[in-house]
Ligand binder design. Sequence first.
Ligand code: NAI
Ligand code: MG
Length: 364
Amino acid sequence: MPNPSLLILPGDGIGPEVMTEVRRVVSWFGDKRGLNFDVSEDLVGGAAYDAHGTPLTDATMDKAQAVDAVLLGAVGGTKYDNLDFSVKPERGLLRLRKEMDLFANLRPAQCFDALADFSSLKRDVVAGLDIMIVRELTSGIYFGEPRGIIEEGNERVGINTQRYSESEIERVARSAFELAMKRDKKLCSMEKANVMESGVLWREVVTRVGADYPEVELSHMYADAGAMQLTRWPKQFDVIVTDNLFGDMLSDLAAMLTGSLGMLPSASLGLPMANGRPKALYEPVHGSAPDIAGQGKANPIACILSFAMALRYSFDQGEEAARLERAVEAVLAQGLRTPDLLGEENRAPVTTSEMGDAILAALD
Ligand code: NAI
Ligand code: MG
């Protein structure tokens, strides 16, 4: 069997800095665990614009469609602020998401014990937390028609439409059930079936898909109650699946239960390819951080944990993913902190590459 393929798109700002550390981690798994990837690398965002006059060339798009997983750093930067909208760095990322049809956005909220005091919630509420929010990303109220601002009588009316087809609900539900099978086999679906017809249909379709996954314990919750439960006792959840709008809010809420932007990975998944793997793009939640770029201050952990997600969700290497997460945990427990993780603490920060060194040492 050929090695699985990985396309690395470092992007702009701190993207290339954190990706340097990820590349070392990828090589480690090849050298030490016999997990070899065919790694190729290309430009995206401002870097692609500088080289080719477009934030994503057709050739790069074709490569992204062909590989088993794409790993992206970040795009954007003040240098590109005045570019025409059609060639802005962010458009490169949007094109990837759209053409790969990445409809399931996975945002974990995972609390590393050493950072539990960093949370705005009490330590025992978040310590050991490991949940996953699956947000539908390509439909719902952000895309539904009709939309716009219209004149009605003597005033204006703003309109957006929540719209979900059965097939759109079904495919994201299926992704969520597949994830639940790789985790604790517990799925909670959130909508507002009490006041929205799209929510009624959502609940019905998720329940129907659930019949194919009898091992997964399925529950339903209204999204507002879900927000309360997430802050009250988040450990009651494992995987949560919800629509685009509720997912936007709930995933941000859940992410901040555990702390810094520099720690947050994500994945966006599409339909299964011929080899059974889903189309997949893995990236940290953070942007290109122009304020700290080029200074060795970036925390590489969000991007490294994005690779851990790739191991688990694209390559069925859950144990190797856990190995990498344990290495991150160990390094944090040793007290190593990039500046974003220091808060009020009075200790010397480590650089991006020192954090990478420590994670490799912990892996060894
Ligand atoms: P940002 O996420 O780049 O930075 C927000 C704050 O968090 C900054 O103070 C930054 O220094 C800090 N930060 C972010 N990642 C960090 C890391 N790994 N380690 C330590 N500190 C970190 O968001 P911002 O400033 O709103 O946007 C900057 C640029 O990034 C813009 O051009 C924006 O469009 C782009 N962006 C790109 C995204 C992507 O590629 N997915 C997502 C968000 C923003
Ligand atoms: Mg948001």
